[in-house]
Design a protein around this ligand. Structure first.
Ligand SMILES: Cc1cc2nc3c(=O)[nH]c(=O)nc-3n(C[C@H](O)[C@H](O)[C@H](O)COP(=O)(O)OP(=O)(O)OC[C@H]3O[C@@H](n4cnc5c(N)ncnc54)[C@H](O)[C@@H]3O)c2cc1C
Length: 450
């Protein structure tokens, strides 16, 4: 895995731990049937997110049990090479894949109203009815549009000064009784750690921080950081681990969103993936959001072509005009990852924000804390919540009856344990979770993160 991974130079985060959320796995499996099984065949680890993963947040683990939320955990290299191999193995007659080839710019119609193709580094020009720019975080399409006299799209940014320190390691049995563990602590800015199994019996471990909490990259400091977290599972597993790669620090760029729908776009070009939006990677949403965007593009494409019928000119015109409707549809796909990953960061006073950042209503944080606490006791509610964070459900499901019922039950349970209720029943307060009460009272209102 590590040898193969060295071959990719175009993606800075290629050797960083990645997980592919269930919504992304489902999207890619729909586009490339058999992808899930192929990941497993290449050594990916199948995991039930509720049964096999310990998720510790707001002072206690979330409830566990059998669920429908399945993922396959693997390195970024395995995810990416499997997608590439699956695409190429289909040998579509229309597919012409060029490796190690740089696109240096766009080609244009004489009046610059329409993109007609791309220019390659070797001087060659490739004509196209629709150019899809999926060039990652570097703002290639904004630069190319600017060079042609177009406006750049407005960008909004949220910067919690997030930092990662990560390693791949070997660890005989991993965390005790769990396939994978994640711990979140919000004291002084969101921080925590993930320990996730991947192929070849390896684990990817990353500690993450924000603002003034930066996970150290020396072994002693890294272990001290893990020991200070409110859950000890990862620390204890790491005491028995052998590091396979050195601990490496990574400063995470701010979350950003480019509003492609707010500028007049030329015909014949669309942006996708990190050309549109990049969020804080600790929530593992980037690939899943990009995969769901591809599903949306596929739908827009099929509808446009079907509407145009068999006439080639009508089809070309439909593809040229795809951009505005597609970018508008994309907003719906990208809203959940954007809101759920930026809400926590926005609350910290030293988070830097730029541009128009849409604000969730103030009461939402209190509601989400109540939901999280309910999910520490209620497996069914937790399945709904995890379904949201795995991009399997629409944002409206934050108010799913199961979550509302869980919150109501939990409030009743809490009220019956309150000092006044216990006094009136003649009992004294017992602790259900050693850390739940202090964590909740100290941190007040927060949106759950994992
Ligand atoms: C530290 C870190 C950790 C992350 N962890 C996760 C995670 O756990 N789960 C998750 O889902 N996401 C994670 N992400 C986000 C994820 O990596 C991205 O969202 C995802 O890779 C975006 O895919 P993309 O195709 O848009 O861009 P990329 O994956 O960056 O791919 C862009 C491609 O375009 C090529 N390219 C660029 N310019 C040109 C050009 N001019 N000509 C030709 N080719 C070009 C590049 O070489 C590259 O191959 C993480 C990100 C970071 C920074």
């Amino acid at each position: 895995m590590l040898e193969g991974a060295k071959q990719h130079s175009g993606i800075a985060q290629y050797l960083q731990p990645h997980i592919l959320l269930a919504g992304g796995l489902q999207a890619i499996d729909g586009l490339l049937p058999g992808f899930h099984q192929e990941l497993v065949r290449r050594g990916g680890v199948e995991v039930d997110m509720l049964k096999d993963v310990r998720m510790f947040t707001l002072g206690a683990p979330l409830a566990h049990g059998e669920s429908s939320i399945k993922v396959v955990l693997a390195s970024r290299h395995v995810y990416q090479s499997t997608i590439q191999d699956e695409v190429l193995s289909r040998k579509a007659p229309w597919l012409d894949a060029r490796d190690s080839t740089r696109v240096t710019g766009l080609t244009w119609s004489d009046d610059k109203s329409c993109v007609t193709g791309v220019k390659l580094g070797n001087g060659e020009e490739l004509p196209a009815d629709l150019v899809i720019v999926a060039a990652g975080r570097t703002p290639r399409l904004p630069q190319w549009l600017k060079a042609a006299g177009y406006e750049e799209p407005p960008v909004c940014k949220v910067d919690p000064h997030a930092a990662y320190t990560a390693t791949f390691c070997r660890c005989e049995n991993g965390p005790q009784g769990w396939k994978s563990c994640s711990t979140f602590d919000r004291t002084g800015g969101l921080h925590g750690a993930h320990m996730v199994p991947i192929e070849q019996n390896l684990y990817q471990v990353n500690a993450f921080g924000s603002h003034d909490t930066v996970p150290p990259a020396d072994k002693e400091g890294f272990m001290a950081f893990l020991r200070e977290l409110p859950d000890q599972e990862i620390y204890e597993a790491m005491l028995k681990a052998e590091l396979v790669t050195p601990l490496k620090k990574y400063s995470v760029a701010p979350a950003f969103r480019r509003h492609w729908n707010k500028i007049p776009m030329p015909k014949g070009v669309v942006a996708i993936g990190d050309q549109v939006q990049g969020v804080n990677p600790i929530f593992g949403q980037g690939i899943a959001a990009a995969a769901q965007s591809v599903v949306t593009l596929n739908e827009s494409f099929s509808e446009a072509v079907a509407y145009a019928g068999d006439n080639q000119d009508a089809r070309r015109a439909a593809l040229h005009g795809l951009g505005p409707a597609f970018h508008k549809r994309l907003l719906e796909v990208l809203e959940l990852p954007w809101l759920s990953s930026t809400a926590e960061d926005r609350k910290h006073p030293s988070t830097k924000m730029e541009g128009e950042v849409s604000a969730p209503p103030g009461w939402l944080n209190a509601y989400m804390d109540a939901v999280t606490e309910a999910c520490q006791h209620d497996t069914k509610a937790n399945e709904v919540l995890l379904g949201l964070f795995h991009l399997l459900r629409p944002p409206t499901h934050f108010f799913h009856p199961r979550l509302l019922a869980g919150v109501a039950q939990h409030s009743l349970r809490k009220a019956s344990r309150s000092p006044s209720a216990l006094r009136s029943s003649g009992r004294t307060a017992g602790r259900t979770s050693a850390r739940a009460t202090p964590a909740l009272s100290a941190k007040g209102l927060s949106l759950v993160r994992f």
